[in-house]
Design a binder for this molecule. Structure first.
Ligand code: ZN
Length: 195
């Protein structure tokens, strides 16, 4: 079963979080290593940003926002995973730099980014989008995979919203396999102890 993408504009949050996740490469795979990587990512997601327009500070800011969002999304999964409080705190510290204002020009009041820099605008509108998404309960369905080596963001479109893995066939199956091996090991240990 493959999972649907999050609805727009939340899909952007999902895409940002998934510029890093662990499953594909053993130690994790960082998609945003340089400011030019971030510029390319912005272009791929609809914001025309030149490579040289992104600063190292903005890259660091984007990574802080990404990991803070990952920590926030982990809360939508299960309480077994400790929430990364330090990452949430770092997001809390930088969020005031990402200014938004209330705009009424499109009828409904809307939070709009205020910054000049396209990267900051993009990050600000991503954070602003989580507020209405939380009200319509789509935010709560955007989750981080329970598998510690994966931690990819996925959208839980299941009827009862009980999904915990990004993919049953990959992370779900790996977790079940580990649980099976664990149970067998415990059984064998018990057998040896009683022999
Ligand atoms: Zn996963």
């Amino acid at each position: 079963m493959s999972r649907p993408d999050a609805p727009a504009p939340l899909v952007l949050v999902q895409a940002l979080v998934n510029t890093w996740f662990g499953r594909l490469a053993g130690g994790g795979d960082e998609g945003l290593q340089t400011p030019a990587d971030l510029a390319r990512w912005c272009r791929e997601h609809g914001a025309p940003v030149a490579d040289e327009a992104v600063t190292a500070t903005e890259l660091a800011l984007a990574l802080t926002v990404r990991e803070g969002l990952r920590a926030a999304l982990a809360r939508h999964n299960d309480a077994e995973q400790p929430v990364d409080d330090a990452a949430l705190q770092r997001l809390e510290q930088v969020a005031p730099e990402l200014a938004v204002h209330v705009s009424f020009t499109d009828g409904e009041p809307e939070l709009r980014p205020r910054d000049e820099s396209p990267v900051r605008r993009m990050l600000a509108s991503m954070l602003a989008a989580t507020v209405p998404a939380s009200r319509d309960r789509t935010w709560q369905r955007l989750k981080v995979c329970r598998e510690p080596r994966c931690r990819a963001a996925f959208y839980d479109g299941s009827r009862n919203g009980s999904g915990v893995w990004c993919s049953m066939s990959a992370c779900g199956a790996a977790a079940k396999q580990r649980a099976f091996v664990e149970r067998r090991r415990a059984r064998n240990a018990a057998r040896r102890a009683s022999a």
